[in-house]
Design a protein around this ligand. Structure first.
Ligand SMILES: [Zn+2]
Length: 147
């Protein structure tokens, strides 16, 4: 179970930038190819900009050409809630952060294998956290043992 985070509209407005607020709370869509994460290829995790839940990993990010960060899989399907969205003529599936209810984007069925899914996410709904470089352990100093 994902723990739900409840905040008032005022609290969200204070915490988020206007751009994040419009996307996460007002279900706005940023213009294609304008988001800061469209072309990011670095290793790391994509977290919800509202509550910090880890939603996507760079391993599942791919270049879909649609103008928004696209992923073929989520870190954990439980962290993403799917809702039928009837705002357009053709119904779409809206994706929402399960913890804070923030609007992320939409999921489509034209993604690559193995899932066939395309999670199309607004950059403003995400916060990218780059992986720390793997630390190379320093060899323990040799201790001379007296016999
Ligand atoms: Zn969230």
């Amino acid at each position: 179970m994902v723990e739900k985070l409840k905040k008032s509209d005022d609290e969200w407005r204070q915490q988020l930038t206007p751009e994040q607020y419009n996307v996460l709370r007002k279900r706005a869509t940023e213009r294609p190819f304008t988001g800061q994460y469209v072309n990011v290829k670095a290793d790391g995790s994509y977290r919800c900009a509202g509550c910090g839940a880890e939603l996507f990993r760079s391993d599942a990010k791919y270049d879909s050409g649609c103008g928004w960060p696209s992923f073929w899989d989520a870190v954990d399907p439980e962290r993403i809630e799917k809702r039928r969205d009837w705002s357009m003529v053709l119904p779409r599936t809206e994706i929402v952060c399960a913890a804070c209810g923030g609007h992320l984007g939409h999921v489509f069925d034209d993604g690559p294998e193995p899932t066939g899914k395309r999670y199309c996410v607004n950059s403003a709904a995400l916060k990218f956290v780059r992986d720390k470089p793997v630390a190379i352990p320093t060899p323990a100093p040799k201790i001379a043992v007296k016999s």
